[in-house]
Design a protein around this ligand. Structure first.
Ligand SMILES: [Zn+2]
Length: 185
């Protein structure tokens, strides 16, 4: 069945990736959300590791992702992985520093239409190509995560009258849990 392909990569072009999104978007079981889920993440670790005041992620089943490295002849991929907390691997380009992926190694999820449980991998929305960013229905965040960690003046911007029309009206989860019983603000 034809789906859509999102493309992205790091600033210098050393690492690129594609995301193969099926035509029928599957449900992330245990939640009310279809995959891909797109979020604005306010957690402290994402803030410090990105240097950005909040981070936006598109989260997809790992089997949808193809990573394409373009190392110089005779060299290995420059994609660097580091463990920001136990079992959590973040990956960035070792040349230009663009952050690309987040994966929790000990976390498995059931997504409808995929038989085996899979890792859900977060990919930085800002690393998507412009043509992919134009696919609003797939890439525009629909919720805030880790609202409890958010910086006050940042949350004020989302809550302001002008912010309500854009991201202010999104669901706000207190932590990273988006399950059906997860706490919302
Ligand atoms: Zn790079």
């Amino acid at each position: 069945m034809p789906g859509r392909i999102l493309k992205g990569g790091c600033f210098c072009g050393e690492t690129a990736y594609t995301i193969n999104v099926p035509e029928t978007l599957p449900l992330v079981e245990g939640t009310t959300h279809l995959s891909p889920t797109c979020v604005i993440d306010h957690c402290n670790t994402c803030r410090r590791t990105s240097g950005s005041i909040f981070r936006a992620w598109i989260t997809v089943p790992e089997p949808w992702i193809t990573i394409i490295s373009h190392p110089k002849e005779g060299e290995n991929s420059k994609l660097v992985h580091f463990e920001s907390s136990p079992q959590v691997h973040r990956s960035f380009c070792g040349i230009c520093g663009t952050h690309l992926f987040y994966k929790k190694e000990d976390s498995w999820h059931k997504v409808s239409a995929i038989e085996e449980k899979v890792h859900l991998v977060d990919i930085t929305i800002g690393s998507l190509d412009e043509e992919s960013l134009a696919q609003v229905d797939l890439v525009k965040p629909s919720m805030h995560l880790w609202w409890k960690d958010g910086i006050g003046w940042v949350k004020d911007m989302f809550d302001s009258e002008s912010g309500k029309g854009t991201f202010g009206g999104l669901r706000r989860y207190i932590t990273g849990d988006i399950g059906i019983n997860a706490e919302e603000v």
